[in-house]
Ligand binder design. Structure first.
Ligand code: GRF
Length: 195
């Protein structure tokens, strides 16, 4: 299976995914695509010999379908079987999602359905939640929705800040996403729960 990974930032989730796709793993990374040439994940992908691409969203200001037409062409050229959104910070329209639905995953730093959207750690702390975590789900047109393929939980500790909590969640993201991808690539849709 060929896996394309979309990112916007440092790409720590991309690194975890790429490093998991070895040996008898049924998938290999075929492309890392960023929506900005400044995304740190591009250098990490290149250092691992993974083909990279940039489709900057800014020239398309406001014309989301036009951006996605270029994005889609670049993806089609890599013939991915699976797309992993990994810290990809652009909202995708229904048209793009429909093209890849059933083969596109996303990781979100909350225990969905709680805290869709941004600032999830701040919101969990403000709510006084006892625990927090991350979720891998199939991408559907609704934001941070779709069938859950995995979740990992962390306990919120006294004195936690958004930064300390985010750091602990990110460590779990790096364990959860590769575990979910391995199952998904083998055609197994049973969800993964950690611990
Ligand atoms: C992190 O906030 C993570 O929780 C979310 O995307 C952001 C960047 O992750 N999934 P990465 O280091 O670029 O993978």
């Amino acid at each position: 299976k060929r896996v394309a990974i979309l990112l916007s930032g440092g790409g720590s989730n991309m690194v975890a995914l790429a490093e998991s796709m070895t040996g008898d793993h049924p998938a290999r990374p075929c492309l890392v695509l960023a929506n900005s040439e400044r995304a740190g994940g591009l250098q990490k992908a290149a250092a691992r010999g993974i083909p990279t691409a940039v489709v900057d969203h800014r020239p398309f200001r406001g014309d989301r379908p036009a951006f996605e037409a270029v994005l889609n062409d670049r993806l089609e050229a890599a013939s991915p079987d699976i797309i992993c959104l990994a810290g990809f910070m652009r909202v995708l329209t229904e048209g793009f999602v429909a093209r890849w639905q059933g083969r596109m995953l996303n990781i979100h730093p909350s225990l969905l359905p709680k805290y869709r959207g941004l600032e999830t750690h701040v919101r969990a702390l403000a709510a006084g939640d006892a625990e927090h975590g991350c979720t891998v789900h199939e991408v559907t047109p609704a934001l941070d929705d779709g069938p859950i393929l995995g979740q990992a939980r962390v306990t919120i500790e006294p004195g936690d800040t958004a930064e300390t909590l985010a750091a602990r969640v990110l460590i779990m993201e790096h364990r959860l996403y590769p575990a979910v991808l391995r199952r998904f690539a083998a055609g197994d849709r049973r969800p993964v729960f950690l611990p």
